[in-house]
Design a protein around this ligand. Sequence first.
Ligand SMILES: [Zn+2]
Length: 388
Amino acid sequence: MNEDCRSWDFNLLRRHCTMEETEAISRIHIGPEGTDDKWAWKFTPDGSFSVRSAYHGIQMHRREQSNHLQHHDLNMPASEDNWKWLWSLKLPPKIRFFMWRGILNALATCLNLFKRRCSPSPRCQLCNAEEESLIHCLFLCPHALTTWEKVIPSLTSPQNFSQWIFSMRDQDSHLSIRQKIFCAWNIWKARNECIFRGVVISPTATSICAFRDAAEPHYSPPISPSPQPGVIPSQSCPPPINLRRINCDGSFDSVSQEAAFGVVITNSEGQMCDGKAGKILCSSPIEAEALAILAACQVAADDHVPSTILSDSKVLVDAVHSDPSLWPWRCFASLTSITKILRCSPWIHLSFTGRQNNKKADWVARNCRMNSLHPDWLFVLIVLSDLL
Ligand SMILES: [Zn+2]
């Protein structure tokens, strides 16, 4: 609080509270000097508690919540038709994934991370002038503004990312859609390269990349199976096809009590490109599965590449998307670590896959447990893959 003018110190509040808390505190009127703080029950005029007022308070809160949800739906015109249109555009998988995450407002902006308590500040890491929302990153930050001026000078900054994407459906030519999408993507990429790798950021370079990408011959995605049913059960909209996949599996031997995990990475073109295996300490098969998922999450979190992690443990995949009180107690610690990584790394998704689709990861985990994993096991696996 600023004592002199008896007003809230917003810089201080923003540093220590969430946006919602700051907003709520800012609504508290500060009394004149010498007024003491006091506790009050907000649902009665005199501030004293009654069961009746608590009941009314809960009802009111529920109504507000459902209004809020309806309002949110209006802001996100993501009908089935819209998604179909979006996935019909000939765009590389990483761009599809970027748009999909953007539409769900699940890209790792400081504001999103701050709301999830994964970032100490919501401020833009480039200009520090405003909160780092997606709209700020892509349209309002000085780097973005100058880039757009070079690519599409007439563009006005939108209010909402999903509306911006879906409004192109009826209005724009294919080339103009590509220009806009690739410009947004290159702005996002340049920001991240500057923030995470220290690459010098330049609107001229970003705009050249945007023009180059938009002009490239239309990308035709490789033919590959559509995503497994049950991908991202917590989301109601379909994910883009052809993401990088990370299969993981645990192996546990109840006699020797030895365990290991296997992780196999398949790139968006469907080729096995990397993997990881290691011994683990645990005392049940489900713990081995959970530690395998954790290992896959760590791999995916480290390299910032959009990925779908696939596990054949339905119990654990469901647990990740459910309340911690329902978690298998043996896996509580590993599920806590897994959910923390998933919360802070919106580019990773975990989903269930059947055992028949997880044979390679199973092979790696089993051979690692039995000390029979060849040093060049990835190469062996590529050769063997048709036989598994
Ligand atoms: Zn900024």
